[in-house]
Design a protein around this ligand. Structure first.
Ligand SMILES: [Zn+2]
Length: 399
């Protein structure tokens, strides 16, 4: 625990001048055009001769493309353009892997205007420079080839060594994303506290202390809308204009759910690592199996619990995201994470240990038929999860 180094990314808002915003938009657009042209090249070669064009071929051609278009493609970083070609290469590799696996994947697609939002510079100092300070000594700038020195709203310190720099457009805002190596894993001070967490749908996680770290209401609302949009899409005729519209709506809502889910997961994980030295959670692989088999998920209860299967699966998908984020944060904070088998945790009384299906009155309520202990069902489960984890740890330490 503690010590060691990790890789971490830092994301900051860019404060662009009007001229820089125009240049960056042109930069993104040219990278998109390059991506689509390279895709067209590969498609044609594949369709006409069954030949697959390699990354090396396309990268070699880049020199000519730049030379022929000095005021267009020639303005931008060679390396960022190579990164774009590599991105296409990755899409093709994934495509051929799926073909090899005997599936029938869709061919890599052309990127429409709103579907290409990132330019990456694979190496700091090559067509880009982090923390480049032209005249200002207090502000932070990033220099981007063809765009200039762009001011960065650096709301926190960057640690480690900047490895790659990316610029991402989100709506009408632009962000710089730094991927840093050798970030010291800074352990947080010990709190002496441990917690079990129960993962649910109404609340993303509930702790054994009784803290619900709730799925934001707006996430549930977006999941509803996404489920409805997906049902609507299924009813549209293939190739119709209405279908294209419905596809766009589903994609937009997907992106929104993903953003809200990430945001909620980050907040919940941060709250946990700040408060607890030891965090015990359910082993997700086992959880998914047992829950779908036992059908407890279908038990009607509070708000979200009664929703359709599609909506549920949208919300459930947040658990994996949450655990990944929690694992990262726990590692860099020097916290201990323990995964336990969740079997029986929702039916067992956390006071007397009596295990019975009847203990679970509703989705939300737990009342022990042996000792009368009554609690919120998620809190009762979280306490059991914590006990199981601490027992595991004790056994490991004794061994
Ligand atoms: Zn009991």
């Amino acid at each position: 625990m503690g010590g060691g180094c990790v890789r971490r990314s830092f994301r900051f808002l860019l404060r662009l001048t009007a001229r820089q915003a125009a240049a960056l938009a042109a930069c993104l657009e040219d990278h998109r055009t390059l991506y689509n042209a390279a895709l067209e090249h590969r498609r044609t070669a594949y369709a006409r001769a069954g030949v697959s064009v390699r990354y090396g071929d396309q990268s070699a051609e880049l020199k000519h493309i730049r030379a022929d278009d000095p005021d267009g493609q020639g303005r931008w970083s060679f390396s960022s353009q190579q990164a774009t070609l590599r991105r296409l290469d990755k899409a093709f590799r994934a495509f051929f892997d799926r073909v090899k696996a005997g599936r029938t994947p869709g061919f890599p697609r052309f990127k429409g205007c709103g579907w290409f939002d990132t330019v990456e510079w694979p190496k700091d100092g090559d067509g880009c420079r982090w923390d480049s300070q032209p005249e200002h000594s207090t502000a932070t700038y990033v220099r981007l080839q063809g765009v200039g020195h762009v001011r960065v709203h650096r709301h926190r310190t960057v640690q480690g060594r900047v490895k790659t720099i990316a610029v991402k457009r989100e709506g009408n805002r632009w962000f710089v994303v730094l991927s840093c190596d050798d970030v010291p894993a800074g352990p947080l001070p010990a709190t002496g506290a441990a917690a079990g967490v129960d993962m649910g749908v109404a609340s993303l996680v509930t702790t054994s202390d009784g803290q619900p770290l709730t799925n934001p209401r707006h996430l549930a609302a977006s999941a509803d809308r996404l489920a409805a949009a997906q049902r609507a899409l299924a009813r549209k005729k293939r190739g119709s204009k209405r279908r294209r519209k419905a596809v766009t709506r589903v994609a937009t809502l997907h992106a929104k759910v993903r953003r809200q889910r990430l945001d909620g997961a980050h907040k919940a994980a941060l709250a946990l690592v700040r408060t607890y030295d030891v965090i015990v959670h359910e082993d997700l692989r086992i959880t998914n199996m047992t829950r779908s088999a036992s059908g407890t998920i279908q038990t009607p209860g509070r708000n979200v619990a009664a929703k359709s299967g599609l909506n549920r699966s949208i919300l459930d998908a947040g658990w994996g995201v949450f655990l990944t984020i929690l694992a990262h944060k726990a590692e860099s904070a020097g916290r201990k994470l323990i995964a336990v088998n969740p079997a029986g945790t929702s039916r067992t009384c956390s006071r007397c240990g009596h295990c019975a299906k009847e203990n679970r009155v509703t989705q939300a309520e737990f009342a022990c038929t042996a000792c009368g202990h009554a609690a919120h069902a998620d809190v009762n489960a979280a306490v059991n999860i914590m006990r199981a984890g601490l027992a595991l740890r004790q056994a490991a330490q004794a061994a």
